[in-house]
Design a protein. Structure first.
Length: 202
């Protein structure tokens, strides 16, 4: 953990130079020790300042989640985090390994921020999707922006899904595991477990 900047840190030019050198070195470090990096993905993170910074951010968010587990009874994030790390390390199979690691890291940070109360919950938007109603909560503060989708009434599949903003020619399109949601001026298209639903906001 980096020490906070204080007046003592800036006491002399030599001390300042030493602090800058140490700070620069630490900026390039992820949350884990690079000397013990074994996988291709971990080695990549250690060699990439932006991925290392993402890894540190994820570690900080996960740390806050763990504290809420211990103090407020939230679910323990560690089992899912261990599984997520295993999945992230599988990015070596991706066509663009770096993009895979960056995307997975950003999505995991957003998941934890939402699930463990790091963010103010926005007002939900309700949609009518034919045989199912849908509650959508759009989080613009995550990177990328994220939507949490909750079907209301009888439906197949999970009770809730999370999807992340992706490039779209028009409107806003969100994609996640087994779910896609496209919205434009109150009209929306939901794809849930392969089934499409046309949705409108009341």
């Amino acid at each position: 953990m980096r020490s906070p900047i204080s007046c003592a840190t800036l006491a002399a030019p030599a001390a300042l130079a030493a602090w800058i050198s140490t700070a620069v070195a630490m900026e390039a470090q992820p949350s884990f020790g690079c000397a013990k990096a074994k996988s291709l993905v971990e080695t990549l993170i250690c060699s990439d300042a932006e991925l290392a910074a993402l890894d540190r951010s994820l570690s900080e968010v996960c740390g806050r989640a763990l504290k809420r587990h211990e103090e407020q009874g939230y679910e323990d994030p560690r089992p899912v985090q261990r599984g997520w790390i295993t999945g992230r390390n599988e990015c070596w199979k991706a066509a663009d390994v770096r993009q895979c690691v960056e995307t997975k890291s950003k999505h995991r940070i957003a998941d934890l921020q939402i699930a463990y109360g790091d963010l103010v919950v926005p007002e939900q938007v309700n949609y009518s999707c034919g045989d199912v109603d849908l509650a959508a909560v759009f989080y613009q503060a995550t990177d990328p922006p994220t939507v949490v989708l909750t079907p209301i009434g009888r439906h197949q599949g999970p009770d809730q899904a999370i999807a992340y903003l992706v490039p779209s020619g028009s409107g806003a399109k969100y994609e996640g595991p087994d779910v896609s949601f496209w919205e434009h001026h109150g009209e929306a298209m939901l794809t849930w477990l392969g089934k499409e639903h046309h949705c409108t906001a009341p």
